[in-house]
Design a protein. Sequence first.
Length: 491
Amino acid sequence: MAKVLFLDTTLRDGEQTPGVSLNAEDKLKIAKALDNLGIDIIEAGAACVSDGERESIKAIAKEGLKAEVSSFARILKNDVDQALACEVDSVFLVAPTSDLHIKWKLKSTQEEVLSKVTELTRYIKEHGAKVDLCCEDGSRTDHDFLVKVLKTAEQAGADRFTVADTVGVLTPEMTAKLFEKVTKHAKVPVGVHCHDDFGMGTANTLTAVKAGARCVDVAVNGLGERAGNTSLEEVAVALRLTTGHKFNLRIEGLTRLSKLVEKLTGIPVPPNKAIVGENAFTHEAGIHVDGILKKPSTYEPIKPEIVGGKRRFVLGKHVGFKAVKKLLEESGFKMGEEQAKQVFDQVKFIGDKGKRVTSVDLDTIAESVLGQKKEKPLHLIELTALAGNKVTPNAMVKLQKNGETIMASGVGDGPVDAAINAIKSAVKDVPFELTEYHVDAVSGGTDAVVRILVKLKSKGRIVTAEGAGTDIVLASVDAMLNGLNNIIMRS
Ligand code: MN
């Protein structure tokens, strides 16, 4: 099986996701993470955009990564000069090729586009960089003209030739036809750049590979213009598990990479997102959990560990008895069938009311069934949080811990962050990490009840806990203390 190159465009097309702007430091972090996983080409940005963008592309190019570092450029001499000035290894030279783009956007002709392709490809090569000539709106371009652009680019010395489905209108059948034609005529590796407007980005990318494409343009978490680019993680796992094509990318770091990009871009990954979504390896339904406990492949098409993910069983109204028993065991509860059944009934009762059942809830139920209800070690006595436009958000907490009074303060990005930092400093002796924080407004309006869910990790164990109320700071502190009480009591 032929080898496929991965070109990651998270830092260019991905950054064009509405609402995303990454600073140089964040871009470098993502580039290093991509390089660590063995990505072949990093499209680091578009040098023509701004001074800041040029600085960050230059910083990535100078980092000494194993990956080829590239900048986007239009078929304009100035764009190309700006890209070259960033000392990139290659230029992703984008030439609009459809009649629609040539006539209405460029107000130009096919001949002019071809002559620009020749001129700028040669120019870039003379300056020692590689050229990936990309046909913008290639999917709506006459196939014969695409071949003409390909031949022109190859003659001028281009190293790769990419066809972009810029507006995501291809179907797998159309993709097969287009790429069979282009790859038949190509001497250089052909790349495919798809968008997910019809939800077919991954399917089209795999179809193009089957038709001979050897470079896939992808973005982490499927970020990108409109509905996004093809997802890196989806293509990588699908190639690994279904087609057998070879590639350099190491997929075991995909979950961590996804989380890093989610954090730095501020674009949350939907829970039902393939491969990297929170629910991708999560099971609630009783029948599925029962099957998985007997043999994981019954309901798990992808092993979570191959992408660095983790299988999770969650509690809710669909939960089955065996899952509850398994979770009780994992939490260290020793109880008989009858007692476990009582816990199960209570979990079902809460789940039926449409409520989330956290791990703290499960422990509380189990303890009450076993008659082990213990006094909680941590109690909140006082909380003050201050925020505004002329003050550094700060908070003070007074806690009682096993009868002893502790006071601590913290500053943060806002009153919630400050209050949580104050708690962290009050319980320094408890080893834990806050890995997730969710807010749900239960009713509308500024006096809405908010429900806070926190996920705390302590010595490999994950504890979920909730707090609710009309005061978001107080509800957050409650959620933290519920989780921390659980950690302290069970350690
Ligand atoms: Mn694009």
